[in-house]
Design a protein around this ligand. Structure first.
Ligand SMILES: Nc1ncnc2c1ncn2[C@@H]1O[C@H](COP(=O)(O)OP(=O)(O)OP(=O)(O)O)[C@@H](O)[C@H]1O
Ligand SMILES: [Mg+2]
Length: 268
């Protein structure tokens, strides 16, 4: 008999377009002459948390950054293969990159608040999109700060500089800035590696709550974190996708020796 747990797991290889947030097909990527991604194909499921793990330099940040075309900013970057979001090839010449980046938000390892007030940080993207009604902006800022579990700590000093916040608060501010745009996909590149354990738990809880609203992709070096928060995990080595499975299976019964060696700390 199938237990409930088993039934909830999606078959990653045969996800329908409906169930797929990001469809990567045969992606190769080079920086100059150096090949950094090698024939990566994967379907990332909607409304789930997918973790990318692997040794430093294996290509995790490069892969995640290709989902909202952040690699476009790097000279000498070339790629082959395709990435589809909502059935559209995001690298198509007519793709609106600003709209793509609003829809596919990103949070980096180090909090990067803009040098402006807390309020302006959160509504920066909304203003760029043309929202200028004070009332609407106020509401959006409050909602995003509540979603990022920061509202209570900053509601009395919204117009002070974001630089006065602690590191953990700044990281939640950056989350709020991304959430204000109501992205369908949120890319998180080691979002808690500079944070203390309590703030890390906060952010992990936030990620789990966010699943209702968006698809989350997280890069992490913390194996416990990957096992704790992610539904699916992809192990990458030297630019190749070695193993991709539901996190329970990958961490308890890896199919590949390389995965097992990595998760048990035999290399990396
Ligand atoms: N802008 C760049 N120009 C040239 N090479 C780059 C650039 N960014 C990354 N690389 C190279 O691409 C490879 C993959 O880097 P990437 O940052 O994706 O690794 P990572 O898995 O995220 O590592 P880490 O865990 O240390 O963050 C590395 O060899 C790196 O040196
Ligand atoms: Mg990285």
């Amino acid at each position: 008999m199938l237990n409930l747990f088993e039934r909830e797991k999606l078959e990653l290889e045969t996800l329908s377009q409906e169930q797929t947030a990001i469809n990567v097909e045969h992606l190769d990527l080079w920086f100059g002459n150096k090949q950094v991604l090698d024939d990566v194909s994967m379907r990332i499921p909607k409304h789930q948390i997918t973790a990318f793990i692997g040794q430093s330099g294996c290509g995790k940040s490069t892969l995640i950054s290709s989902f909202n075309r952040m690699n476009d900013l790097i000279d000498g970057c070339r790629y082959r293969g395709s990435i589809e979001i909502d059935g559209r090839d995001i690298n198509h010449p007519r793709e609106n990159v600003a709209r793509l980046r609003a829809n596919v938000g990103m949070v980096f390892q180090r909090p990067n608040p803009f040098p402006m007030s807390i309020y302006d940080n959160v509504c920066y993207g909304l203003k760029l999109q043309g929202m200028n009604l004070r009332r609407a902006l106020d509401d959006a800022v409050e909602q995003a700060l509540r979603d990022a579990a920061l509202w209570d700590e900053v509601k009395d000093r919204l117009f002070e500089s974001a630089n006065i916040l602690s590191g953990g608060q700044q990281q939640r501010l950056v989350f709020a800035r991304a959430l204000a745009l109501q992205p369908e996909i949120l890319l998180l590149d080691e979002p808690t590696s500079a944070l203390d354990p309590l703030t890390t738990l906060y952010i992990e809880e936030l990620m789990i709550n966010l699943k209702k609203r968006c698809t989350v992709v997280i890069v992490t070096h913390n194996m416990q974190q990957a096992a704790r928060v992610s539904d699916y995990t992809a192990f990458i080595n030297q630019g190749r996708l070695i193993e991709y499975a539901d996190s329970d299976s990958l961490f308890t019964m890896p199919r590949k020796k390389q995965t097992e060696d990595y998760i048990t700390g035999r290399y990396g």
